[in-house]
Write a protein that binds this ligand. Structure first.
Ligand SMILES: *[C@@H]1O[C@H](CO)[C@@H](O)[C@H](O)[C@H]1NC(C)=O
Ligand SMILES: *[C@@H]1O[C@H](CO)[C@@H](O)[C@H](O)[C@H]1NC(C)=O
Ligand SMILES: *[C@@H]1O[C@H](CO)[C@@H](O)[C@H](O)[C@H]1NC(C)=O
Ligand SMILES: *[C@@H]1O[C@H](CO)[C@@H](O)[C@H](O)[C@H]1NC(C)=O
Ligand SMILES: *[C@@H]1O[C@H](CO)[C@@H](O)[C@H](O)[C@H]1NC(C)=O
Ligand SMILES: *[C@@H]1O[C@H](CO)[C@@H](O)[C@H](O)[C@H]1NC(C)=O
Ligand SMILES: [Zn+2]
Length: 446
């Protein structure tokens, strides 16, 4: 403890007393705080661990909702994940303050009360507690704490729709994949540091049809741009787009992930392609590990944006696919005309679908096992205003056999050709940048 004279980390690790303070909290303090919250507010919160880090530290998730323990039909699932890169620490504290704000304003503030009553909100302050332990301030740019204890970058460790990712799946990654598989997440954000911007899918590409003018465009690009702008414009400064560095500007404070720099094996694309969950990557601070004196300001900058973004879980349309006798049909494909996802979006075990869409007219196409496709045109209103997506159930008159073989197979297809490592992939986009800088661009930020 004597190797960093004048280090503020000792004060930073002072114990949590009463209301949450604006200091950094170590892994034990985070666990203690979450545990106190869950016992003080047990009627609408639930604390659980979704797995353990390499070092054996629990990956805690606090759930808030009218029914915090389980999914209920019609209630969308939302998540925030912080501190995936262990040295990007602002999100970890901002999420603790978000929890503090939500629990202390439930029943008092209308927006907070409506959010908790209308959605099930999952908050994981740290996905990489080992990396946090390995991070030492001051660290504005980069440190080994970015990685997990085995030296892997967790945001390069997920299956990738465009390339074959050979990086061995780490315990933290596996826990998150299992969690995504267990819950019907609809909307999510993954919080980072090193820039101030809202980044949206795709993060990667195979250089094929998704790429338009250097952007890797998903079928839900309009929704993603809306989501990113909801965050950046409700943030006190992000929308300005030049918060950190005047040489790197982001119009409206948003960027397509791939257009910024390609990421292979990122969590954002994984959520969107395999998890049926729309995810953004939110970069909250220029400096990854700033002094604790700035934490209150970061909370104030992000508070409204975090709340406004959660409310977007109510975009679009939701409902159940049911058979004529009213029983739910799992694994029915629910598509929106003109938006074919890489892996078809399917109903969950309760026959439910959730489809984030901007207000407008859309044609739903529903294909259930053993039945011909059914289409229906819907006029979708602005759901977030009322804290509910439009509800629309679809009844399928089944015919023929209901062989499940086509529907239970998981979507593991690797589309397109393999691309090489990040620097090479980025070269055609930035032919003027030296290789070293590319390597930095590809490894440092997210
Ligand atoms: C939980 O309640 C106790 C007793 O009222 C209080 O001292 C403590 O600050 C509360 N903690 C949290 C995190 O709400
Ligand atoms: C997923 O659900 C199973 C069955 O309920 C449970 O045993 C497991 O712990 C869950 N895993 C995660 C990561 O949520
Ligand atoms: C802020 O978020 C709200 C949703 O809560 C949205 O209606 C509004 O347009 C956003 N503000 C801006 C300036 O984008
Ligand atoms: C959607 O359809 C309704 C009637 O079916 C029509 O009145 C409305 O103008 C349409 N909206 C858009 C944005 O096309
Ligand atoms: C919101 O709810 C009100 C009252 O139920 C309804 O009149 C209005 O049409 C709804 N607005 C939207 C955009 O769904
Ligand atoms: C199921 O898969 C087989 C083989 O790929 C295909 O021929 C058949 O049309 C599929 N059935 C449905 C209902 O999509
Ligand atoms: Zn990061």
């Amino acid at each position: 403890m004597n190797f960093l004279p004048g280090c503020w980390c000792l004060a930073a690790l002072a114990s949590v007393v009463g209301a949450l303070d604006f200091q950094y909290h170590n892994n034990q303090q985070v666990a203690d705080f979450l545990s106190a919250v869950s016992s003080n507010y047990s009627s609408f919160t639930y604390l659980h661990s979704i797995g353990k880090s390499v070092q054996g530290i629990d990956l805690w998730v606090l759930v808030l909702g009218r029914y915090p323990l389980t999914h209920k039909i019609g209630i969308p699932e939302f998540k925030y994940v912080g501190n995936m890169h262990g040295d990007e620490v602002v999100s970890r504290e901002v999420l603790l303050h978000l929890i503090d704000y939500l629990v202390s304003n439930f029943g008092k503030d209308a927006v907070v009360t409506n959010l908790i009553n209308s959605a099930r909100i999952h908050i994981m302050p740290s996905m990489n507690p080992d990396g946090f332990d390995a991070s030492l301030p001051p660290d504005c740019t980069f440190s080994n704490g970015r990685y997990n204890k085995n030296g892997f970058d967790l945001n390069r460790n997920f299956p990738d729709a465009f390339i074959k990712n050979t990086s061995p799946i780490q315990p933290e990654t596996q826990a998150v994949m299992d969690w995504i598989n267990n819950e019907t997440f609809v909307l999510s954000a993954n919080l980072h540091g090193g820039a101030v911007v809202a980044s949206y899918p795709y993060d990667n590409s195979d250089g094929g049809s998704t790429v338009v003018n250097g952007y890797s465009i998903s079928p839900d690009n309009d929704v993603f741009i809306h989501l990113a702008k909801t965050y950046s414009f409700n943030h006190t400064v992000m929308y300005k787009g030049n918060v950190c560095d005047s040489t790197q500007t982001f119009p409206d404070g948003i960027t397509n992930g791939y257009n910024w720099y390609p990421v292979e094996g990122g969590m954002q694309d994984y959520n969107y392609v395999w998890g049926q969950c729309f995810e953004l990557t939110l970069e909250l601070s220029c400096c990854k590990y700033p002094p604790p004196s700035q934490l209150e300001e970061f909370w104030q900058e992000n508070k409204n944006a975090l709340l406004a973004y959660m409310q977007q879980v109510h975009l679009g349309v939701k409902g159940q696919v049911l058979s004529a006798d009213g029983s739910p049909i799992p694994n029915a494909v629910v598509e929106v005309e003109g938006r074919s996802n890489i892996c078809s979006y399917k109903t969950n075990q309760d026959g439910e679908y959730y489809r984030l869409l901007l207000p407008g007219n859309y044609t739903l196409k529903v294909t259930a096992p053993g039945s011909p496709p059914l289409t229906k045109t819907l006029q979708v209103p602005n759901g977030p205003i009322n804290f509910s997506a439009m509800k629309y159930d679809i009844v399928i008159a089944r015919s023929g056999s209901t062989s499940q073989s086509n529907w239970t197979e998981s979507c593991t297809t690797i589309i397109g050709k393999t691309i090489t490592n990040c620097p090479n992939a980025a070269l055609p986009l930035h032919p003027y940048l030296p290789g070293l800088l590319l390597l930095l661009l590809c490894s440092v930020y997210q």
